[in-house]
Design a binder for this molecule. Structure first.
Ligand SMILES: Cc1cc2nc3c(=O)[nH]c(=O)nc-3n(C[C@H](O)[C@H](O)[C@H](O)COP(=O)(O)OP(=O)(O)OC[C@H]3O[C@@H](n4cnc5c(N)ncnc54)[C@H](O)[C@@H]3O)c2cc1C
Length: 480
């Protein structure tokens, strides 16, 4: 039975929304353990929000289940009432896939369990865990899995659509360390996906995003990291951009996989230890990190650290968890944002010139373009072993434009980002990991999976034939 009632303009009126929310809540209250937020409830306004402040959607019901049965109840409810269903881990989807209009939201933020088995080097983490929480728990044992660069990002969305972090050249993408997942499927059943059970689902979960079910628990293989490593940032004045970028490229492409980091066209943070004359100014940043033996770090990083002179150099032994906070000020929660990303076969001098030209006048001091060197462990995994086929790209750029409401209108920042991507298109190649891309429609999703797309559709046909899980970078079933 459909309960949805839309106004002429397509948005459900507030009263109808409240009635719908109340009817939905009544349907599961009593058996549901966790919190339910309907329009008008205290906490609803906060519960409907996601990281990206540009997204303004009003679900009929936000449920934060405290156990797997609660997740199943919400999946069953949305399916039976034929309502849009949004699934939220850490709410960082740039397109706002963690919320919806006039439908049901499953917010996993109460599923926070973390168990680390240091002897087996394994961690089990609930679907609502964030990277800062998992890093803290695993680092107590000198272990980690490649994690997001913002500690507030959810492990769920990030893992399911690839997972990129400073450790990726050393230990691969986050999805590459996934050992198993507990998944609530569209029919409400709970299954385990691993190399030994539901293998097709396990393959699809490692790259296919939220298309196949709700993951309530992730099991990761952990790796030895730190806890002390050598890392930090070098900041160079913009006039040095060309020589810094070329030097960085030549150095990192020949560097061992123990060395990670990236090159960033950013505005310098407006605080210490950045020198006052550089604060807030467009600069070129180089983030360096060495994950091998501490004793080898100086030698490994020297060719970059001694390049200069930089306006600021802060490279030193630090806990891995401190490196994970290096960008924390760059992503204020609730700020509007718009992202683009693309792979590059090579970082040519021409491509560097285009980056420099297009980042000369950022529309926001929080706009950054991060250039990530790939290779290393990412290429150890075969192109059909996971649903992440494009592993031979040497570089990826992430144009991460974030601003605050007191700046120019949203369109100005979106145009800046789109213009940059358009100018870069002559240097890039098809296919990208969809985590860093705002919704761009079906063709973009299809091209991002290349030759494995039909295999993903076959898995979708098996596990979600009616496309209940469609508020994501969607892979529709063959019928739809
Ligand atoms: C500030 C910022 C920094 C970022 N940094 C990085 C980074 O360093 N590395 C990187 O790889 N990416 C990064 N990203 C991109 C990030 O990986 C994606 O936005 C990812 O979707 C976030 O996961 P989430 O759980 O927080 O998102 P949500 O918005 O909660 O979910 C996003 C998508 O994942 C699906 N999903 C969420 N939870 C589940 C679940 N339990 N089961 C099934 N499906 C689920 C949803 O359907 C939705 O489509 C960043 C994004 C932002 C905004």
């Amino acid at each position: 039975m459909g309960l949805r009632a839309e106004s002429a303009c397509g948005r459900v009126e507030n009263m109808e929304l409240a009635t719908l929310g109340a009817a939905l809540a009544d349907g599961i209250q009593g058996t549901f353990s966790g919190d339910l937020y309907r329009p008008g409830d205290p906490g609803y306004e906060e519960a409907r929000q996601v990281w990206n402040g540009m997204i303004d959607r009003r679900p009929a019901l936000v449920g934060t289940p405290s156990d797997e049965d609660g997740v199943r109840a919400l999946v069953n409810l949305a399916r039976e009432k034929d309502l849009p269903l949004a699934v939220r881990g850490g709410a960082h989807s740039i397109s706002g896939h963690g919320t919806c209009e006039a439908g049901v939201v499953i917010d996993l933020s109460l599923l926070k369990s973390i168990e680390v088995d240091p002897a087996a080097k394994i961690a089990r983490a609930g679907g609502g865990v964030k990277w800062g929480e998992l890093d803290d728990a695993t680092q107590r044992h000198g272990l980690a899995v490649t994690g997001g660069r913002d500690p507030d990002t959810g492990i769920a969305g990030l893992t399911l659509a690839s997972g990129s972090g400073w450790l990726e050249r050393m230990y691969g993408l986050t999805a590459d360390s996934l050992m198993s997942a507990r998944v609530v499927l569209a029919d409400g059943s709970l299954v385990t996906a691993s190399a030994f059970q539901n293998e097709d689902l396990f393959w699809a979960l490692r790259g296919g995003g939220g298309n196949f079910g709700v993951v309530t628990e992730f099991t990761y293989a952990l790796h030895e990291v730190g806890p002390m490593i050598t890392a930090g940032m070098l900041l160079y004045p913009r006039p040095m951009a060309r020589e810094v970028a070329r030097h960085y490229r030549d150095w990192i492409e020949a560097a061992p996989r123990e060395v990670g980091g990236g090159l960033a066209f950013i505005c310098a943070p407006p605080h210490d230890p950045v020198p006052p004359e550089a604060q807030g100014k467009p600069m070129v940043g180089v983030i360096v990190a060495h994950f091998g033996d501490l004793a080898d770090a100086d030698e490994a990083l020297r060719p970059m650290v001694e390049f200069g002179p930089p306006a600021m150099a802060m490279v030193q032994p630090m806990p891995y968890t401190a490196l994970q906070l290096i960008q924390v000020d760059a992503f204020p929660k609730g700020a509007p944002g718009y992202f683009k990303a693309e792979f590059l076969d090579e970082l040519s001098d021409d491509a560097i010139n285009t980056f420099i030209e297009m980042t000369a006048e950022p529309t926001s001091p929080l706009a950054q373009v991060l250039l990530q060197p790939l290779g290393g462990a990412i290429t150890d995994v075969g192109t059909d072993e996971t649903a992440l086929p494009f592993r031979d790209a040497k570089w990826v750029y992430h144009a991460l434009t974030v601003w605050t409401p007191d700046m120019a209108p949203d369109e100005v920042h979106i145009k800046y980002t789109k213009d940059l991507a358009a100018a870069m298109s002559k240097h890039t190649r098809p296919g990208v990991f969809l985590n860093f891309v705002a919704d761009e429609g079906r063709d973009r999703v299809r091209s991002s999976y290349g030759a494995i797309y039909d295999r993903l559709v076959a898995v979708k046909d098996r596990y979600d034939p009616n496309n209940l899980f469609r508020l994501n970078q969607n892979i529709p079933p063959s019928g739809g």
